[in-house]
Design a protein around this ligand. Structure first.
Ligand SMILES: Nc1ncnc2c1ncn2[C@@H]1O[C@H](COP(=O)(O)OP(=O)(O)OP(=O)(O)O)[C@@H](O)[C@H]1O
Ligand SMILES: [Mg+2]
Length: 305
């Protein structure tokens, strides 16, 4: 079995609720909240578990929300490894106005993670010695120039396949230190190349530019309802997203990465890796709030692609 680790340096508990009518200055009565464990890598681990795979989720926890986060992840039967951080784990708030069906997403700022705390968690990942290491989600700003450099240094010759789903400067840093697979969406891809936006017919060329410039095997560009493109060794695969009844796109990107990493761990051909990514991403949009996908939906969509 392929050993997979996910690293989430900025995890969160997502608190989901619904209410009727957004009115300032008035009390807004909310429904009983539903709590979900969140943060890129944690979602990827949850997605892998749903497909019947195994991974270990590494992340820092602090304060009472950190304790809640651990118990939510244990409920999903995901194996976890944590370190204590001084700063409290954040809690995000997602609320749907049932009169309009509009979703409001309040994201709290990332709590500080000290260099020492980061080194502690990296030490744990190294000891676990994964074959695939997924680094996903937003990264603490004070560490963005350090993370991928330190991963390369710590593992040396035994560096796992690095799968990255993050944005901005951290994504650039990842590429400069060598990655196996990156999954920018089209906006993140444009930013990476210093462009305002990228048209669909320019995506392939942009992916090729990255592969030529950096030590990166596979670039997957996700394009929301338009599906996704995978570029590797001069070959391009494109999969259109299936038509689904969309409820919430939260977690689509993480589900996609989870589906692809699971498929990679099964040594499936890259075309199927992309199909599993699109199937899981689109299946995630069929569920409300921050919920990911149901296995049945992902399998059915995969078969339809
Ligand atoms: N409206 C939609 N209908 C069908 N499938 C969708 C839709 N939105 C997203 N998906 C699926 O999810 C995949 C990833 O979506 P997207 O490109 O929006 O990722 P992202 O921008 O990284 O998302 P996130 O906001 O979760 O980080 C898409 O390739 C597609 O398969
Ligand atoms: Mg994303």
């Amino acid at each position: 079995m392929t050993k997979i680790a996910t690293l989430t340096l900025n995890p969160a508990v997502d608190k989901n609720t619904k209410f009727e009518g957004l009115v300032a200055e008035h009390k807004i009565r909310c429904e009983q909240p539903i709590y979900d464990a969140g943060g890129g890598g944690i979602n990827v681990s949850k997605a892998i578990k749903r497909l019947g795979g195994e991974s270990t989720a590494f992340f820092p926890v602090g304060g009472p929300i950190g304790d809640l986060l651990k118990s939510l992840i244990k409920k999903e039967s995901v194996t976890l490894e944590t370190i204590e951080s001084k700063a409290w784990t954040r809690e995000n708030f997602i609320a749907v106005d049932i009169t309009t069906n509009a979703q409001y997403r309040f994201g709290m700022p990332s709590p500080e993670l000290t260099v020492e705390e980061f080194e502690n968690i990296l030490e744990k990942v190294k000891y676990y010695n994964p074959e695939i290491l997924v680094v996903s989600g937003s990264l603490p700003e004070n560490l963005s120039s350090l993370i991928f450099k330190r991963i390369s240094e710590v593992f040396g010759e035994k560096k796992p396949k690095i799968v990255v789903d993050t944005s901005g400067d951290a994504l650039k840093q990842a590429l400069e230190n060598g990655t196996h697979l990156i999954k920018p969406n089209h906006k993140e891809l444009a930013k990476l190349l210093g462009l305002e936006k990228i048209e669909p017919n320019q995506v392939e060329h942009a992916a090729k530019t990255l592969i030529d410039k950096y030590d990166c095997e596979i670039v997957v560009v996700s394009m929301g309802p338009d599906g996704a493109m995978l570029y590797n060794k001069g070959r391009t695969h494109f999969v259109a997203a299936p038509k689904v009844e969309k409820k919430s796109t939260v977690g689509a990107g993480d589900s996609m990465v989870g589906g692809m990493v699971w498929a990679l761990s099964q040594s499936l051909p890259l075309e199927d890796v992309l199909k599993w990514g699109v199937a899981c991403g689109s299946a995630a949009t069929m569920n409300e709030g921050t919920q990911l996908f149901k296995k049945d939906d992902a399998e059915r969509l995969f078969d339809s692609l």
